[in-house]
Design a protein around this ligand. Sequence first.
Ligand code: FMN
Length: 225
Amino acid sequence: MDFEQLVNTRRSVRGFKDQAVSRAVIEDIIEVAKRAPSSMNTQPWHVHVLTGEPLDQLRRRNMEEMVAGAKAKRDIVSHGEYQGVHRGRQVDIAKKLFSAMGIARDDKPMRQDWVLRGFRQFDAPVSLVLTYDRVLDPGAVCHFDLGALCYGIVLAAWDRGLGSVINGQGIMRSDIVREVADIPEDEVIMTCVAMGYPDDSFAANAVKSDREPNRDFVRYVGFGD
Ligand SMILES: Cc1cc2nc3c(=O)[nH]c(=O)nc-3n(C[C@H](O)[C@H](O)[C@H](O)COP(=O)(O)O)c2cc1C
């Protein structure tokens, strides 16, 4: 795909076909994505690719804990609830997704079901858990590096007909992720990417999120025009 077409057509995918993803295609995706820039070319990232029984175990335990009311236990520091314009944009995308899925505002069970889908990594056949070297904590710069890698993964997947969603919910219980995926203590779990072949009949997959106009967040300094 042409770069602009790739960027402009990509969207988060939250419903997947029951179709396995080969190790070879994931390997290709990571091969491309690792061309991402990183500070001083430190490449502080690790990718743990889960499928099959370990991923199912992770989904099940994550769900059970959250249903039982357990608190989130993420490795990375949380910013807390979004407020102001950030909250507004969060609500906008949630409304779009719920409307596509036919979930009414006051339908608590269905809203809860949607949240649980997130904790199950939207039942994707594959999850890529992204971590960085703990020695770099507190890690603003390496967080930036992982973001670059992560976007590369998402775009390279889309280019190969694979859909994905970056899934903060999937690592809410980082302790469980660490145990199931056997992630060493000297790595910090940053996020995960749920991935698979998109189920085109899953209505939320067609949702296109909004972006603010450039004039609202871009300033030009020193330009004559
Ligand atoms: C750091 C990060 C964490 C995210 N976590 C979740 C998540 O837990 N659940 C979810 O449904 N989407 C999650 N997303 C996807 C965003 O909701 C999505 O990227 C945003 O709404 C823009 O939509 P688009 O990806 O379709 O352009 C996450 C995205 C990022 C970058």
